[in-house]
Design a protein around this ligand. Sequence first.
Ligand SMILES: [Zn+2]
Length: 323
Amino acid sequence: MNYYYFTQKSMAMPLEIRVRGGRNLEEFNRFGNMNPTPEFCGRPYLMDRPSFPIAGNLYFVGNLWCSSHLIDTGDGLILLDTPTAGSLPGLLFNIAALGFNPRELKYIVVSHAHSDHFGAVAALAHLTGAKTFMSAVDTRDMRENPERMEKMNLDLGYYNECFTPDVELEDGDIISLGNTRMRCVLTPGHTVGVMSHFWTLEDEGRAFHVGIYGGAGFVSLSRVALERNSQPLSLQQDFLDSIDKVWDEPVDIMLGNHPFHNDVYFKRKRFLAGEEDAFIDPGEWHRFLGELRAKYLTFLEKSPQEVEAMYARSQISDYYKGI
Ligand SMILES: [Zn+2]
């Protein structure tokens, strides 16, 4: 297979590492308002960046806003989450650029019922015939709240649409295809039925545990937001319980629903600079979950006015300073 290894020079503009070095994490909140800027919303292709391998049979095919991961199982491809529908051309380009035919897509697994993770699913399933998966809990939420869903679809870009998964997942279900067995764990909070995923991959004889925490954003969990969306206040405690639930999972390679959750583009930069194991970091899972819990607890203390101020403007451009 021929991969296109995009080098830094071939990218539209240079990618500078500004986040991990020197930035005060108190000033920067990766779980804050990381929505696209108005310019990104109007021209979603501006968020597109080249796809790249992470390790073994695992690839990043998402964009600056939404993560999307591709697994080559040897018996077809699994895609974990899609970006919004407006970014479908970039997703297809990114899959093809790695040497894969999008028609090899067999399974599309959706972490949770938010448009920035499922917006392109209906179109992609139509194009490829892939089977779609999402938790039964979020599927019910999607079905029973069409107005809330439609508003979110419109708020998050053009053409996003709901879908009905072929398979409704329960806690602990295994998705099996080719060389991959993906365990799906219900971690409610961010949505009522968000799932985290865990599996093992092989890379040149080494085995790595891969983990992705589903739904790390918590703005939807303020009392005001929960009331507005007619969702139970108990989701606030669920969010903490879910962190505890997966705390002990062994994770060597941490993925994120969004690239700014696990700094994937910055790891890619380090990889290109010669750091072969840039994506492998067994300590990241606990650092991430610890940061998530601490920031969430601080968030819960905030007044509605403080929350509003915290989400007044998008920080996505701050995070990617230099791109
Ligand atoms: Zn979400």
